[in-house]
Design a protein around this ligand. Structure first.
Ligand SMILES: Nc1ncnc2c1ncn2[C@@H]1O[C@H](COP(=O)(O)OP(=O)(O)O)[C@@H](O)[C@H]1O
Ligand SMILES: O=c1ccn([C@@H]2O[C@H](COP(=O)(O)O)[C@@H](O)[C@H]2O)c(=O)[nH]1
Length: 210
């Protein structure tokens, strides 16, 4: 396979990273077919915590780089670039650990990867060819996170607020926002910014023609 291009999409929790990545992916798949584009999530690479009790898992700081197995993600990106398939882990936010099953991701000309801390890691940054940062105001992210975590991730308002104050907000200022300096493209207004979606789609179409 010809050289792969890796496009990283970073930004705060609930800034619209997944929506942006899935919109680009789905619209291009509808147009061109799916076999030359792959999507990975940094969240899939949260460390396995099967050896810990549920109580212990609730104490983990999921917004700190140490919570992720970034070495495995970097090696998977390298494998995909080398033309090999990888077994991407699957993560469960309700049990705070990995599922037993993995997903096979096949090598592709363009690989989209999205996650909060992608641009903070030097080894990961070396793998990225194009970097995007979702620059959504933090209050907007918080409102979206509350709704999503209550509806999809089985959380109470109390647990969301406590986690937000202790971990999510501090990590944004310590790690995520400073990593914006590594972005080629800074996207405002979240995962529905149609101009930004169009710019990335145009770039991908161009890469697929090379
Ligand atoms: N521009 C937007 N307008 C309205 N809702 C949005 C927008 N961008 C994202 N959302 C919604 O906000 C929530 C969080 O978005 P998501 O893409 O999952 O964030 P992230 O992957 O950054 O955590 C989702 O329910 C998503 O549909
Ligand atoms: O077990 C977990 C693992 C992660 N989180 C939170 O998820 C977000 C990152 O995911 P996004 O989809 O980008 O929001 C991170 O802020 C963690 O706090 C969790 O709550 N529990």
């Amino acid at each position: 396979m010809a050289k792969s291009t890796i496009i990283a999409i970073a930004g705060a929790s609930a800034s619209g990273k997944s929506l942006f990545a899935s919109t680009v992916y789905q619209e291009l798949v509808a147009e061109l077919g799916g076999e030359r584009i792959a999507v990975l999530a940094e969240d899939a690479y949260y460390r396995d915590q099967a050896h810990l009790s549920f109580e212990q898992r609730t104490l983990t700081n999921y917004d700190h780089p140490a919570a992720f197995e970034h070495e495995l993600l970097a090696s998977h990106l390298q494998q995909l670039k080398a033309g090999n398939s990888v077994s991407m882990p699957q993560y469960c936010y309700k049990t705070h650990t990995r599922k037993a099953e993995t997903i096979t991701v096949h090598p592709a000309k363009v690989v989209l990867v999205e996650g909060i801390l992608l641009l903070t890691d030097d080894k990961l940054r070396q793998q990225f060819n194009i970097t995007v940062f979702m620059d959504t105001p933090l209050d907007v992210c918080l409102l979206r996170r509350i709704k999503r975590d209550m509806e999809d991730r089985g959380r109470s308002l109390g647990s969301i607020t406590e986690q937000y104050e202790n971990y999510v907000r501090p990590a944004f200022f310590e790690f995520i926002n400073p990593s914006k300096q590594y972005a080629d493209l800074v996207v405002t207004r979240g995962g529905k910014n149609e101009i930004a979606i169009d710019i990335i789609k145009t770039k991908i179409r161009q890469l697929l023609q090379e």
